[in-house]
Write a protein that binds this ligand. Structure first.
Ligand code: SF4
Length: 249
């Protein structure tokens, strides 16, 4: 069990499991559609408490109307609300992205800054959003911690699970065990894996590629579905992981 592992053994296991995740999910990419850093930061703010797919359904119209920070900074909030209405919290999000655009114009000449400190000084931008932007728009290694990363790293015993560690503490613990250049793809893979295999309600432990070493596999295997159903689920989830990882814009 992970709790009895030495730190060195745990890190060795993490690297071995990540190698297998790389084989299982060979291609990674950000799941949000964007063409500029501005579009990515706005899409990431919109993605809070909703799916990337749903965000991708509204951003083409949003960015056609407001292609840059200057345009969005001057937007009428009712117009923005009408475009992103299908998203949860659309009123609050409309306000946030207009305020974000206004701050970009006022403080950064309408450009998205490149550093964690500058990004997190913007309204509505926390470390997760900043890491998404740094890693995907600027090639600066970043490790966004979302609900999937929290769940999967906890089940795998990649980190201390006592109490309720903050996303910042999880980011610190996990990144300390991997080279910087791996951080962005590591986060992508954990998110894809959490969406398609190690899901919140029905993790597919019966066929999971990490089930021989995951300390949580036994917690769920007892409740595994019948073999033929597990096989069907496995095929479906493998296809889902592949689709998620390789979907092109
Ligand atoms: S064995 Fe189960 S709990 Fe462990 S990583 Fe795989 S799906 Fe998640």
């Amino acid at each position: 069990m992970a709790a009895q592992e030495s730190k060195r053994a745990r890190v060795t296991r993490m690297h071995d499991e990540y190698d297998r995740l790389c084989a299982f999910i060979p291609v990674t990419k950000c799941q949000l559609d964007y063409t500029t850093p501005f579009e990515l930061i706005v899409a990431t703010v919109l993605s809070a408490q909703t799916t990337d797919k749903r965000v991708n359904s509204v951003t083409p119209a949003l960015f056609a109307q407001y292609p840059d920070a200057d345009a969005l900074a001057q937007a009428n909030i009712a117009d923005v609300e009408s475009i992103i209405r299908v998203l949860g919290f659309y009123r609050m999000k409309s306000k946030h992205i207009i305020e974000l655009a206004q701050a970009l114009v006022a403080r950064f000449g309408g450009e998205v800054p490149h550093t964690m400190d500058e990004l997190t000084s913007l309204p509505g931008v926390g470390r997760k959003t900043a890491n998404v932007v740094l890693g995907n728009a600027f090639g600066v290694p970043g490790f966004p911690v979302d609900t999937h990363v929290i769940r999967v790293t906890g089940r795998l015993g990649w980190r201390d699970t006592a109490g309720k560690p903050s996303p910042e503490a999880i980011e610190r613990d996990i990144t300390a065990c991997f080279p910087r250049e791996e951080w962005t793809d590591l986060s992508h893979r954990l998110i894809i894996f959490g969406r398609s295999v190690c899901t919140a309600r029905a993790p597919q432990c019966a066929w999971c590629p990490l089930n021989d070493s995951c300390p949580s596999a036994g917690d769920f295997l007892g409740a595994a579905p019948a073999t033929n159903r597990a096989h069907t689920s496995a095929k479906r989830a493998r296809a889902s992981a592949k689709r998620t990882a390789t979907r092109t814009r």
